[in-house]
Design a protein around this ligand. Sequence first.
Ligand SMILES: [Zn+2]
Length: 259
Amino acid sequence: MRSKILIALLLVAVLVLTGCRHRNEPVADPAQEPQGEIAAKPSAGEPQPGEEPEEPLLPMMETSLSDYPLSTPTDDILVLVNKTHPVTRDYVADDLVTVEHCDQSVGNKDTKKMRKVAADAIEELIAGAKEDGFDIVMRTGYRSYDYQDYLFSSYAANYGEAEANTYSARPGQSEHQTGWCCDVGRPGYGLTSFDGTKEADWIAENCWKYGFILRYPADKTDITGYIYESWHIRYVGKDAAQYIYENGLTLEEYLGILD
Ligand SMILES: [Zn+2]
């Protein structure tokens, strides 16, 4: 009898320890899930998609795809794409080029692309970081509507649509479809492990010099509709980036569009 109790206690201890270790592991990156082609969706029981916020979520604006009309974005570098300014399914920028310094293990050949001007700027940023002693790579740039559809569906299946929509865009509502933004990271590390690193600090302090802004600041979640993302930067050109940085704005505030 006593040995059975001991075995039961041992089992509980092993389970607890295994659970703890799992929580401390780098969070998986959703962009790593589909390798090349869109892969099978993770089963609902598995917490595969990353970016799971550990802190309690602030109330976020939840939208459905029918709430706002879809439009085709202009070529303006300040074009706004968010939950209230979604884009059409077939929109693809016509000057997407592959970024050389990207994490080869993430996403597919399309997600390694950005619009030409932004791709040149991210290469300059990566070189600038290197000069300062920081190793930074581009993880995902362009995402097609269908790729975003896959990512969002994966999150929604695991965490429910409302929660998924606080950190993942619905298809059409992702800035990634414009080719003007990207997620950056440290080579070999998961997306969310970027938070609190020296590299993340460097990005926050210096990305404006290369024409990028931190698109989803920690204190602006009520405006952007998304949780803080230390890794997501958006190209807006050097003048706008400097102004936005120096005045602590979001793109929505800079453009005067708050809805
Ligand atoms: Zn992003």
